[in-house]
Design a protein around this ligand. Sequence first.
Ligand SMILES: [Zn+2]
Length: 92
Amino acid sequence: MKFIQLILDFFYEIFLGCRHSRLTRPFTIQNETYKVCLDCGKQIFYSPVTMMPLSAREVRRLEAARVGELKVIPAAASGAALTSDHEPRIAA
Ligand SMILES: [Zn+2]
């Protein structure tokens, strides 16, 4: 039964995030505002303006901005052959 519980916990954390309740207050370090779970150490990012947790999309944008500036270059302008989907390419 413990094996099944571990599998359920794994998928719970993937889809719903941390399920612990002992969290720090929100704080800002290096322009990132977040709470930290005192049980597992997971960071829950917050908006410093609304003081609400960020959505998964906003967290992905934050992580992309942390890596570096994203440049959206149309496929034709970058010299690459056009693809069938005609979507712009994202270059780091
Ligand atoms: Zn946790």
